[in-house]
Design a protein around this ligand. Sequence first.
Ligand code: Y12
Ligand code: CO
Length: 171
Amino acid sequence: MILPIITYPHKTLKMRSKAVEQFDQELHTFLDDMYETMMAKNGIGLAAIQVSRPIRALILSIPNDKGDQHKENLLEIINPVIHTTKGSVLYQEGCLSVPGFYEDVERFESLTLHYHNRHGEEITLEATELLAIAIQHEMDHLEGKLFIERLSYNRRKKFEKEYKKALKEKK
Ligand code: Y12
Ligand code: CO
């Protein structure tokens, strides 16, 4: 089932998400719905809060070298914790909850992540490149934070002006 994605400035996006405690069929169905939703909207990452569920779950489908996304590369990341980080990098990010807007954001270049999969098994992941960036973007959602909140004062002001204009034109 494709779920409705909430967009900025919806106040639910500011909520801190709660840890997942039950790794049951209901969670599995929800993760399947998140995947269908993300793929239908051409996303590479989606956090549960973006479909109005304040739980610490996110999914990532990083394209391969040819730009293709394959279900076998899907990562379902539950209750993630970053253990180590290295370096920093600028990358132009976009978000399904901030449609039509892309900006450079500074992130750690690589990281070590501990998380649970849909069965509650503990996984350790070493992430670099786009995967590391997307993990940080999606983990911000778990804290109620959007990438636009990481922009400089001037860039944020420019964003607010452009986004308001785009919203008006859509009406
Ligand atoms: C780098 C890049 C992205 C992330 C986080 C994950 N972000 C996304 O998956 C963004 C997807 C996206 C898709 C769009 O296309 C459609 O909605 C059809 C899009 O275009 C518009 O909204 C017009 C914007 C974003 C982390 C790091
Ligand atoms: Co996002």
